[in-house]
Design a binder for this molecule. Structure first.
Ligand SMILES: Nc1ncnc2c1ncn2[C@@H]1O[C@H](COP(=O)(O)OP(=O)(O)O)[C@@H](O)[C@H]1O
Ligand SMILES: Nc1ccn([C@H]2C[C@H](O)[C@@H](COP(=O)(O)OP(=O)(O)O)O2)c(=O)n1
Length: 225
């Protein structure tokens, strides 16, 4: 039986499991996948690389339309490039991580990236899992299923410092909470749970349990479409 294309929005703060869950769910169900955080990281990388002062919203706004960002949507190899350069590695540096909240708070940046996200979602013939901070509230308010992942700061910091081998837990926790606070308090499209999103606290769940939970929710939606 042909399945209807389903659009899934997964939002939440850093380290709640959005990327790992979204990729696995998309792969398991044959859907496309979009990492919107990678797009904000990519535009931030471009700003840094081009000497733009990331503390100057006017300077950022003036050039927000310049970089050409191309996102891969295959969950097993997503990939991201800026003006033809593969930036999958460089967008994960600490410098980019520390500047991404300031760049992504600029309305001109958000307008540009949001438009790109909507066109990618519209082109996904078999459906798509889109993960970020404002997907269910702003980017795709008509998504078929909205999930909001949460987890305690302790669990999130432990997961992140596990990734950044040897990183101090306290420093990781503080940096993560600072970024969440900035992302939640910005004026334009802050990190927020949509009223109709299903909240899943992943603190005491394994990644496999979270994946199974989301797969079940998607399959229920598909069955009802
Ligand atoms: N439920 C979980 N239990 C334990 N570790 C997890 C869980 N979910 C994700 N992780 C791990 O935590 C880290 C951050 O997950 P990630 O998916 O990148 O989160 P986010 O995209 O929300 O920032 C990864 O190393 C991932 O493997
Ligand atoms: N939809 C989105 C996605 C990410 N952002 C911004 C805010 C986030 O701190 C950064 C980086 O997002 P990313 O998902 O890569 O962050 P993690 O380190 O995985 O938590 O991008 C956003 O403003 N809107």
């Amino acid at each position: 039986m042909e399945r209807a294309a389903v659009i899934v929005a997964i939002d939440g703060p850093s380290g709640t499991g959005k990327s790992s869950t979204s990729k696995a769910v998309a792969a398991q169900l044959g859907l496309s996948y979009l990492d919107t955080g990678a797009q904000y990281r990519a535009i931030t990388w471009w700003m840094v690389n081009n000497g733009i002062d990331t503390d100057d919203p006017t300077a950022i706004a003036a050039v927000a339309g310049k970089p050409e960002i191309v996102s891969g949507t295959d969950p097993s190899a997503p990939g991201i490039s800026v003006d033809g350069t593969d930036v999958a590695g460089p967008i994960r540096t600490q410098e980019v991580t520390s500047k991404v909240s300031a760049v992504s708070a600029v309305p001109e940046v958000r307008a540009r990236i949001t438009e790109l996200q909507r066109s990618i979602a519209a082109a996904a013939e078999n459906g798509i899992v889109v993960e970020g901070r404002d997907i269910g509230t702003t980017v795709l308010p008509d998504a078929d299923l909205k999930i909001f992942l949460t987890a305690s700061p302790e669990a999130r910091a432990a997961r992140r410092s596990g990734e950044l081998k040897g990183a101090d837990l306290h420093t990781t926790r503080e940096a993560l909470l600072k970024r969440d606070a900035a992302d939640s308090s910005r004026k334009t499209s802050p990190l927020a749970k949509a009223g109709d999103a299903v909240e899943v606290d992943t603190s005491d769940l394994t990644l496999q349990q979270v994946i199974e939970c989301v797969v079940t929710l998607v399959e229920e939606k598909q069955a009802g479409k």
